[in-house]
Each structure stands twice: as C-alpha cells, then as structure tokens.
Design a binder for this molecule. Structure first.
Ligand code: FNR
Length: 182
C-alpha cells in the first residue's frame, strides 16, 4: 500500500503559486505516495478556551492528519515567515496538550515565491516549529522554488525542465524518508 501524505498548503488564494506547485507535485507522485489535500480555510482562529471542545473543522483536520503517514507542507513566505493561516492550522493540530496530531509524522517542506529566496526564510521558520512538534523533517534537498510566469504549463505540468527534474528527485528522497518512519 502507498503511504498516505497529508498536504497542507499555506496560501488560500485561488491563483496561488504554492497551490500550483502542490498540484504539480501531486501529479508527479511516485507510486509509493498517495497525497491528500487537507483543508485549512474553514478553521476558526485558534483559541485555547476551545481545547476541550474542538470544533468540527478542527476535529476533521486532525483526523485527516492522524490517518496520514506523513505531511507535506507547501508554503509561501509572508514577511519572512509562514503565513498565519498555516500556523493557525498547525497550532490547532497540536492541541489539546498531549493530543497532537503531528507527533512523529515525517514531514517534507517545499515552497514557492516570486522572490529570489524562493520562500527560504519561511521554510527555515517552519523547521523550527516542526522540531518542537517532534516531526522528523527531511533536511535535504531543500526546495526553494522561484516562480515566474511560464514555469508551469496550462495542463498542470512543469515547463521548466530543470525544475521538473529537481521536483522528481525531491519526491524520491521524500518517499524514502517517509518509508524510514513507517
Ligand atoms: C508576501 N510576499 C513575500 N515574498 C517573499 O519572498 N518574502 C516575503 O517575506 C514576502 N512577504 C509577503 C507578505 C505578504 C502579506 C504577502 C501577501 C506576500 C510575496 C509572496 O511571495 C507572493 O505574494 C506569493 O505569490 C504568495 O504565495 P501564493 O499565494 O502565490 O502561493
């Protein structure tokens, strides 16, 4: 059976580069990986008062993460960190204390930005967060994808051949990483 991977995209906008990148990665998935997108746009703002009575979207998200063998984060960079919507989802999944959905799940991080750093600083911040959640996170290769018009084609493929090859190699490394923890 393939490993099930929960995909968390840190941008909610329709034309998101990161969503496109996630779609491309999912379409390139090797047979060992079964990617499932996890919705985060309907989560309330995290409020610790609700820890003992988490709302339905929160319970659903945690269940989807729990049933996965690993988690792929595809994140933009907002002001040199991860977007609040992604941090909100992560915080929800980590609580109540002792009932985290993240613990031990092998993680992969990729991200896209039109900027030259390709979301590198956001990804570095995310590594800090995932370490505290005890998620073993693939260290290399790092995937800082600088995007521009024409990188992806209209059929959801990658026009940029070096990028396509890089992503294929990254996926193989991530699949091997997940297998280590299965
Ligand atoms: C940005 N952007 C941005 N880019 C970057 O490389 N470093 C940064 O620190 C920031 N900061 C930032 C803050 C906020 C609030 C916004 C809205 C945007 C630009 C960002 O990379 C660009 O909008 C991407 O297209 C966002 O990703 P999606 O939505 O296309 O996936």
């Amino acid at each position: 059976n393939p490993y099930r991977i929960a995909v968390m995209v840190g941008s909610l906008r329709k034309a998101s580069w990161n969503k496109k990148l996630a779609d491309v990665i999912v379409s390139m998935a090797p047979a060992q990986l079964d990617f499932r997108f996890v919705r985060i746009d309907d989560l309330p703002l995290y409020n610790q008062d609700e820890d003992e009575n988490q709302r339905e979207p929160v319970r659903r998200m945690k269940q989807e993460v729990r049933s996965a063998d690993g988690v792929l984060f595809v994140t933009p960079e907002y002001n040199r960190s991860i977007p609040g919507v992604l941090k909100n989802a992560i915080d929800h999944g980590s609580r109540p204390f002792g009932d985290s959905a993240w613990e031990g799940k092998p993680a992969g991080i990729v991200g896209a930005s039109p900027g030259a750093m390709g979301s590198a600083l956001s990804q570095q911040h995310l590594r800090n967060v995932l370490a505290s959640l005890d998620m073993p996170t693939l260290a290399q290769p790092e995937a800082f994808v600088q995007v521009h018009d024409g990188v992806f084609d209209s059929k959801g493929g990658v026009s940029d051949e070096p990028l396509r090859m890089f992503l294929q190699g990254w996926l193989d490394r991530y699949a091997a990483w997940v297998a280590k923890f299965a």
